[in-house]
Design a protein around this ligand. Structure first.
Ligand code: PLP
Length: 381
């Protein structure tokens, strides 16, 4: 059996053709493919606007800036995520506050978030960044109600979840990143994610003013619109301090063909998840799926008592499982700035047991059967 990674991109001939075609076109960057990708992505998730960026970390950075986060202001997120969900708060000089996770869904717990918010005076926090961890959509309707009560914004870190949805209390499907309940959604196109651009990201919103701010900050704050003066066709103004967080046409061409097969990929991911669940039911704990929720399954995580033993055992069989994630509050940088002793017992218990098994559309049935057999034989002998 060849080595089996935990995740893998799926590049086919149409992806290659699209990239090659763009290489000989007029624009390698800042050309028509960017807008086309943005329009298609917005249509796919159901948001009004989408802004392509060079990676999701940049997208998260732009999002907190667009929402006006300032030095010393406080934002709540989960510790069971990639560091970028918290780092974006630090980039703006903000303070990260971690609430605990739900032990069954592994998502930011609404109760823990509410408790944290209510333990402080009104106005103490500015926003919440829930993460659709592993591809499981957060119920943003509940978070929106809490956020409205306390005048907070919400950035949905949807990096794991393009194609996922939850069902709201009216029975409507709410696609991750559609902006109906969160102010902004952020997606990643790193190759282990659903849509591979090499590096890449997308920021979605339904707010025209946020869209304009995000677009400006992505390109140095430079604009040719609403200028205070105009000396000719070449003229532009830099109206605020922005960045170069642009995505190239080459990457957007790849993003467009990748996006077109995302539904198929997510369906295959769910098929793989169901096979794991059938094999592990009653034997190995896995992420709970709330009713009406469609998990986009970036990951398939299980919890086992001897996690390190299983991880090492799988490697001897060329199965490269992975751990998602080392809790962010325990990373040396966050420990040094005072988070090491945060009381996040669900996150820490989860981390001591979690392991992500191979999950990607081109995983074959034989490979998956091999993984299942090795996991069960390690646990049950
Ligand atoms: C939950 C989450 N947020 C943000 C990011 C950052 O994405 P990128 O690598 O595109 O900057 C990642 C990437 O792993 C992630 O998993």
């Amino acid at each position: 059996m060849q080595s089996i990674p935990y995740g893998r991109q799926n590049i086919e001939q149409d992806d290659i053709d699209a990239v090659v075609k763009t290489l000989t076109a007029d624009f390698l960057t800042q050309g028509p493919k960017v807008k086309e990708f943005e329009d298609r992505f917005a249509e796919y998730v159901g948001s009004k606007y989408a802004v392509a960026v060079n990676n999701a970390t940049s997208g998260l950075h732009l999002s907190v800036l667009a929402l006006g986060l300032k030095e010393g202001e406080r934002v709540i997120t989960t510790s069971i995520t990639f560091a970028a969900s918290a780092n974006c708060i630090r980039y703006a000089g903000g303070e990260v506050w971690f609430a605990d996770i739900d032990p069954d869904t592994y998502l930011l717990s609404l109760e823990s978030t509410k408790k944290l918010i209510e333990s402080k005076p009104k106005g103490f926090f500015k926003g919440i960044i829930p993460v659709d961890f592993a591809g499981l959509p957060v119920d943003l309707e509940d978070f929106r109600a809490l956020a409205n009560e306390h005048d907070l914004w919400i950035i949905e870190d949807a990096c794991h979840a393009p194609g996922g949805f939850f069902t709201d209390s009216k029975g409507d499907k709410q696609m991750c990143g559609n902006g109906n309940y969160a102010d902004i959604g952020v997606f990643s196109f790193h190759p282990v994610k659903h849509i591979a651009c090499g590096e890449g990201g997308m920021v979605t919103t339904n707010s025209e003013s946020l869209y304009k701010k995000l677009s400006s900050l992505r390109t140095h704050g430079i604009t040719k619109e609403n200028m205070s003066e105009n000396h000719g066709g070449w003229f532009y103004e830099m109206q605020e301090l922005g960045f170069n967080y642009r995505l190239t046409d080459i990457q957007c061409a790849l993003g467009i063909t990748q996006l077109a097969k995302n539904n198929k990929g997510v369906a295959r991911r769910n098929e793989i998840a169901n096979t794991y669940k059938q094999a592990f039911n009653g034997k190995v704990k896995y992420q709970n799926l709330p009713e009406g929720t469609y998990n986009a399954h970036h990951l398939f995580v299980v919890e086992v008592e001897d996690r390190k033993g299983l991880y090492d055992f799988l490697r001897t069989h060329n199965i490269f499982a992975q751990i998602h994630y080392i809790p962010v509050h325990t990373l040396p940088y966050y420990k040094e700035i005072g988070y090491g002793s945060a009381d996040l017992s669900n996150a820490e218990t989860y981390y001591s047991k979690c392991i992500s098994l191979p999950m990607f559309p081109s995983l074959t049935d034989d490979e998956q059967a091999f993984v299942i057999e090795k996991v069960l034989s390690y646990i049950y002998g």
